[in-house]
Write a protein that binds this ligand. Structure first.
Ligand code: ZN
Length: 150
């Protein structure tokens, strides 16, 4: 099945309409910063999306408070999904940008209950670079972190 791609302009995207109550949604949690609702795609029963209420395109557009709240609510929802559906596993998935697999360009995190042989696959091609190259990658990120914190 081809992935759903929301091409609406920012501010009138499908999740903004959902937050505004303009389209129906099966909401499971809502507070001042985030909303959690059933994914209409339901990879497995109990598949929930945790989204920001504010239109933020992706992870990098979130505030620190929104980041923290999204993870707190994902944790809360994961526990409830575990209680309600008793999956043998659970995957959190958060995609950014077209090449990152994002299809609705309004920040959201998937809480996906998992079962053995449920047909969900994540390709993970390991590269295993040499130690010196790994240290170089780390140094580039440490330098960028220093700039972020300045
Ligand atoms: Zn939006």
């Amino acid at each position: 099945m081809p992935a759903f791609v929301d091409t609406s302009p920012p501010g009138v995207c499908i999740f903004c309409k959902l937050v505004a109550g303009e389209i129906p949604a099966a909401v499971v949690y809502e507070d001042d910063l985030v909303i959690a609702f059933m994914d209409i795609g339901q990879v497995n029963p109990g598949h929930v999306l945790v989204a920001t209420k504010r239109h933020a395109q992706d992870l990098l557009a979130l505030t620190a408070d929104e980041c923290a709240r999204v993870m707190q609510v994902a944790h809360l929802v994961a526990a409830a999904v575990h209680e309600a559906f008793a999956p043998s596993g659970l995957t959190l998935l958060q995609a950014n940008g077209h090449d990152g697999g994002q299809t609705v360009f309004h920040f959201h995190m998937h809480v996906v209950p998992r079962h053995a042989d449920d047909g969900v696959h994540l390709s993970w091609p390991r590269k295993e670079p040499a130690g010196a190259l790994l240290q170089d990658y780390a140094e580039r990120i440490r330098a960028a972190l220093t700039q972020e914190q300045a």
